[in-house]
Design a protein around this ligand. Structure first.
Ligand SMILES: [Zn+2]
Length: 149
């Protein structure tokens, strides 16, 4: 991070604090050359997260897929769309700090962990189908096929 005053390349982090419900980090920095102190707000982007599937292939993280899986798991359950979005945001704020890559298995397990406390029916729906499959895409497809039958 460059010093905004003298443009020197090296700055030292004095203090870091996670803010904005885990979605950003505030850092107090000091220039190693002119000792100017300044504050930065850094936000890791969830759009840069890469999902590693069980077969080793990778794909960009897609919030839409998680939403689709949750909407199906919560079908006809007493929960609002806003609550579903909140669940996803909470999960994302956790994943985004754990590195640039995450396994699809881990995503599924974290979702299950969350559903367990929120709605036992949605939990069982998600667990019964998700565990046997690698991706949320599969999960959505299977549930939709079940509903047609
Ligand atoms: Zn400086």
């Amino acid at each position: 991070m460059k010093c905004p005053k003298c443009w020197y390349q090296a700055t030292r982090v004095l203090d870091s604090r996670i803010i904005d419900e885990g979605m950003a980090i505030r850092r107090r920095r000091e220039c190693e050359k002119c000792w100017y102190r300044f504050t930065t707000f850094e936000r890791p982007a969830i759009s840069e997260l890469v999902v590693i599937k069980k077969d080793g292939s990778t794909q960009p993280y897609d919030r839409q897929k998680i939403r689709k899986g949750l909407l199906l798991a919560f079908a006809k359950r007493p929960i609002s769309l806003a609550d579903i979005e909140k669940i996803i945001s909470e999960l994302e704020s956790k994943w985004v700090w754990e590195g640039k890559e995450i396994s699809s298995t881990r995503i599924g397990e974290d979702i299950l962990e969350k559903l367990k406390d929120i709605d036992p029916v949605a939990y069982v729906r998600f667990a019964s189908v998700y565990k046997a499959f690698d991706s949320l895409e599969d999960f959505a497809r299977i549930l939709q096929e079940n509903e047609k039958n």
